[in-house]
Design a protein around this ligand. Structure first.
Ligand code: FES
Length: 313
């Protein structure tokens, strides 16, 4: 924010061993932020800019919230910052806002969040709930020690308290120490089967029978490790359910110039280059050429990306 005082940490909360939540003064971003957008954060002059999807904001207080997983050098540096410290710069909000539309009452929006994908889906979920959409959140963690925001009085449960009729929450963990054992794809598969069977039921009903299933899925939004997003994308494709993936993870300049965030996409039978920073971060996952796209996560900052992938699969 040019001309503003440096963005200052007013609250720091250690969520897990490696994940920290920051509340930061940033009035201009807080005033204009929309669900799904991200910011670029520079810890100090010598550091590198890292893209982070906004976890929350408070326009009145003039603050934004970011959740940072300390995986690489820069994110670890950020996570050592304390209340009262200031960032060199935070730029944003960037990227296209989420496409949030009201769906028919018999349809649900499903979110699959892996690890720190949860903070990124939070504002998008809230935007859907605020206009009356039914939402199911499937939130996956490596294990009990890695979960956050799940306790009573914390973010996810606060949303569930605010929208008891609209929001369902399912937790999964890779090791079974919390929620359902397995990946987010496991409960998603059950929901997709219900969706398919519900559609078959509806087709068999007479036109005068207005009772329709509550299980129909309008769309799936997936945010998390690349392997998880690919798995969710492949799964939803099989059931012909629309799916978008939020891809903010490999950006450098975030202006569409450097090409770091290139996403290979098939459009009308042709391979087209999209840029996550300006076309995204949300991209229709079914047109992404994942075979070409996934290796980019390894090419770029190999040590950070591989550890991120290894954490989840
Ligand atoms: Fe450089 Fe998108 S981050 S083109």
């Amino acid at each position: 924010e040019l001309g503003q005082t440096a963005p200052k940490i007013v609250k720091r909360r250690q969520l897990t061993d490696e994940i920290v939540e920051f509340t930061i003064t940033s009035p201009l971003i807080a005033r204009s932020a929309k669900a799904g957008q991200f910011v670029r954060v520079l810890a100090d002059e010598k550091g590198e800019l890292i893209p982070l999807t906004l976890a929350d904001w408070d326009a009145e207080a003039g603050t934004i919230e970011l959740v940072v997983q300390g995986l690489g050098t820069s994110s670890k540096l950020i996570n050592q910052m304390q209340e009262g410290d200031s960032f060199a710069a935070i730029a944003g909000p960037l990227g296209q806002a989420s496409h949030v539309v009201k769906h028919p009452d018999n349809q649900r929006v499903i979110f699959t969040a892996g690890g720190v994908g949860l903070p990124a889906v939070h504002p998008i979920m809230r935007a859907h709930l605020a206009i009356g959409n039914k939402v199911t959140l499937i939130s996956g963690f490596r294990g009990k020690a890695h979960r956050f925001w799940t306790e009573q009085g914390d973010k996810v449960e606060n949303l569930r308290d605010a929208y008891p009729e609209l929001l369902d929450v399912v937790y999964t963990s890779n090791d079974g120490s919390f929620g359902i054992e397995g990946f987010v794809t496991k409960p998603l598969e059950s929901l997709l089967i219900q969706h398919r069977d519900g559609n078959a039921d509806t087709a068999n009903r007479s036109e005068t029978d207005t009772a329709s299933t509550e299980q129909a899925i309008a769309e799936v939004i997936t945010i998390g490790p690349p392997m998880m997003m690919r798995a969710v994308s492949d799964q939803t494709l099989g059931y012909e359910v629309p799916c978008v993936a939020s891809l903010n993870s490999i950006m450098v300049d975030a202006t569409g110039m450097c090409g770091a965030c290139m996403v290979p996409v098939m459009e009308d039978g042709k391979l087209v280059r999209k840029h996550a920073c300006i076309d995204g971060p949300e991209i229709n996952s079914h047109v992404i050429d994942w075979d070409k796209f996934l290796p980019r996560f390894n090419q770029f900052k190999p040590q950070e990306r591989q550890s991120e992938i290894a954490h989840h699969f």
